[in-house]
Design a protein around this ligand. Structure first.
Ligand code: GLU
Length: 448
């Protein structure tokens, strides 16, 4: 080959290699659940003979596709798209779509595997899936997002449907994108129907879907505190993030009498020593760009650049920002500051080292697959409304959400109490409770 051919080939191969990951993320996810459930499996001859966990770890199928679209400059762009249909034992495949440049198949496989367990805990007829693309929507124009959405759905549409697979949003995919994707699916299927959840209200979305994860987190927290003879009233709560989950959790925590002392972004922390007022929450929800870093004095709020919320001595910690946001040092800061409860609003916000540190320190700590299941639970309620051609009131959705979160809590706490002889181990409890429901379904349906 000529030098030029070699150089060009190298660039192309390096490009492909950079987007090809090994299976580590998926194996980690399987390992962390295996530790909690394999003893349950071995204790039941039927579960053991059916090799339930190994079966659940393998996706039913993976759909992988190319998404080719044109940017505003007219250049051809090529992305990778996937849908991991992990398990439909309990209901249609269900889980979000993520558009983020770091998206790889092993990451989606690990999230789909987790989603199966989360969805099982809701008690609703929901299987588990996850999907997305290595597309970065940041900085893209509305026209580019629309063209990408159309090209993405042209590939995905034949594989989804209200009884088959019902995607929702996740990172980079919100209400607007779900509106575009829904329209594209309807054009493909020549049908109206709830093939996606998290849709805009006017095309069949549910009231409170946007609030669901944050509200659900606080309902779960309320049940967790009640189980320890405690309540939210007057507690100092450190929240991280300032997105959908964090802001709605903050509002509900405040409505239940908690003092929300922080919210955060990558750049730092908004600290409200006496707790956020409604006015301060409204202001932060609306503030854009650098104005967000200079709160008006009357709000009782300061912005502290480069800081995290975990050394503010909260009694309750609610990580609602992103994966791995709490490391071992943050965990130690929480312990030293007297934190007693933690519940995850984000998916997998604790590093393994942070998890180990917290477990040893007696902090009661709930995993996201239980405490942030409110989002997917209201997706389940959206599917129910679509199937019945109905729109429920916000009050009805909220009441159902509260019931579901309390039922998840009770299921997980009961399993977690028998796993730990005393204070419930919510992490073990969540994995075991979900496993039992899934294993039963494997057996009842015939192990193959
Ligand atoms: N992506 C969200 C989750 O992790 C929602 C999934 C859904 O509503 O299907 O639970």
């Amino acid at each position: 080959m000529t030098d030029r051919a070699t150089a060009l080939t190298r660039t192309l191969i390096d490009n492909l290699r950079a987007r090809t990951a090994d299976d580590a993320a998926w194996l980690d996810a399987v390992e962390s659940i295996a530790q909690d459930v394999l003893t349950v499996e071995k204790a039941d001859p039927d579960f053991a003979a059916a090799r339930v966990l190994e079966r659940l770890a393998e996706p039913d199928r993976v759909i992988a596709f190319r998404v080719t679209w044109r940017d505003d400059a007219g250049a051809v762009q090529i992305n990778r798209g996937w849908r991991v249909q992990q398990s439909n034992l309990l209901g249609p495949y269900k889980g979000g779509l993520r558009w983020h440049p770091d998206t790889t198949l092993p990451v989606l496989k690990s999230l789909a595997f987790e989603q199966v367990f989360k969805n099982a805990l809701t008690g609703l007829p929901l299987g588990g899936a996850k999907g997305g693309a290595d597309f970065d929507p940041r900085g893209r124009s509305p026209g580019e997002i629309e063209r990408f959405a159309m090209a993405f759905m042209a590939e995905l549409a034949p594989h989804i449907g209200p009884h088959r697979d019902v995607p929702a949003g996740d990172m980079g995919v919100g209400g607007r994108e779900l509106g575009l994707l829904s329209r594209a699916w309807m054009n493909h299927a020549h049908a109206w129907g709830g093939a996606l959840t998290g849709k805009p209200l006017c095309i069949g979305g549910s009231l409170l879907r946007a609030e669901a994860t944050g509200y659900g987190l606080i309902f779960f927290l309320g049940a967790m505190l009640a189980a320890s003879g405690d309540d939210i009233e007057g507690k100092r709560i450190a929240l991280s993030g300032r997105g959908n989950v964090a802001l709605h959790a903050a509002r509900k925590a405040r409505a239940m009498g908690g003092h929300v002392i922080s919210l955060s972004a990558r750049a730092g922390v908004w600290h409200a020593p006496d707790g956020f007022s409604d006015e301060a929450l409204d202001w932060l929800a609306e503030a854009t760009g650098d104005t967000a870093f200079s709160p008006p004095k009357r709000l009782g709020l300061s912005f502290q650049a480069g800081r995290k919320p975990w050394d503010l001595e909260p009694e309750i910690a609610l990580p609602c920002a992103t994966q791995n946001e709490i490391d071992a040092d943050d965990a130690r800061a929480l312990i030293d500051g007297g934190c007693r409860y933690l519940a995850e609003g984000a998916n997998m916000p604790l590093t393994p080292e942070a998890k180990a540190a917290l477990a040893g320190a007696g902090i009661i700590s709930a995993p996201g697959k239980a405490s942030n299941a409110g989002g997917v639970a209201v997706s389940g309620l959206e599917m129910r409304q679509n199937a019945g051609f109905a729109h429920w009131s916000a009050a009805r959705v909220e009441e159902k959400l509260r019931e579901i979160m309390c039922a998840i809590h009770d299921r997980v706490a009961e399993e977690g109490r028998s796993a730990a002889n005393g204070t419930p181990d919510y992490r073990k409890g969540a994995n075991r409770a979900a496993y039992r429901r899934l294993a039963q379904a494997v057996i009842e349906g015939g192990a193959l």
